[in-house]
Each structure stands twice: as C-alpha cells, then as structure tokens.
Design a protein around this ligand. Structure first.
Ligand SMILES: [Zn+2]
Length: 148
C-alpha cells in the first residue's frame, strides 16, 4: 500500500513539475517504499523558491482530495484525444494497442500500468529533496519522501 501511495504521488509531483516549471517530459521514475523519484528533462537547476512552490503545489493538490481516474482506451483514440501528453520519454511497447491511462483532472494525465489510490488525500503529504541537475543530459532529478 505504501508503494501505491508513493507511486500515486509521482503523478501528483509530475503534474506540479509540469504546471510550476513547465517541464513536460519525464525520462524515468523510481519508487521504493515511501521514497519516490522522477527524472525530467529541464534546462537548469530550479531555484529554492521554485522548489518551495513545487512542494506547495503538490501538497495543495493532494489536500484537495482530487480523484485519480483510471481507464482504458485504444492507443489511436487516446493519441487523438490527448496527443503526446500521455507519454513519457520511456516508450510504450509497440505491440500495445490498448492503453491504461490515469488522470488527475486538470493536473496530470499519463498512460501507466501501475496501481493508484482513488483519491489524492490517501497520499498524505510529500517532502521534496534537494534537486540534482545533470547538465550534460539536461536532466533534473527530483526525489521525495512521503512525509506521513
Ligand atoms: Zn501510475
């Protein structure tokens, strides 16, 4: 259950990264116990103020009690509706024709096969770590822990 919460939090943090930093593409995701991490394409290290806004935005969305909606859709139809916003930089296998999609309304949409909580309230709270920026790869690594 803890990893379901942590994984769900990845989607909330991803939405915050998209909305606050405007960073669209996620290169990789990692979850272990109450610790999560996402690596996104970005051109610099965020300022302390941006990191604070990021954490606040994620926690506000969690506290809102937003629904996490899961549904299946044919790949072509999903791409027609949502274009590439459902994708990450790691590819979906080419033989997949039906996509599982998870959506936090007005926040984040992603194709994803993992399990999620029904409501963001169940996540609790997240605490972001200091970001790491890899200049050569233009990748920003954002780790977090479930705070409660
Ligand atoms: Zn997911």
């Amino acid at each position: 259950m803890e990893e379901v919460r942590t994984h769900s939090a990845v989607h909330v943090v991803k939405g915050a990264v998209q909305n606050v930093l405007g960073a669209k593409w996620t290169a990789s995701v990692f979850v272990s116990g109450g610790h999560g991490r996402l690596t996104v394409q970005f051109d610099r290290k965020p300022t302390d103020e941006e990191m604070a806004r990021l954490e606040q935005a994620a926690n506000e969305k969690i506290a809102e009690g937003a629904e996490m909606l899961e549904f299946e859709m044919e790949k072509q139809e999903a791409e027609g509706h949502f274009s590439d916003s459902i994708y990450d930089l790691f590819p979906v296998p080419s033989d997949v024709t039906i996509l599982k999609i998870v959506r936090i309304p007005d926040w984040n949409i992603n194709c994803c096969n993992e399990r999620h909580v029904d409501n963001t309230l169940l996540i609790g709270k997240v605490k972001l770590e200091k970001p790491r920026f890899r200049n050569a790869k233009r990748e920003l690594e954002l780790g977090f822990d479930l705070a409660e």
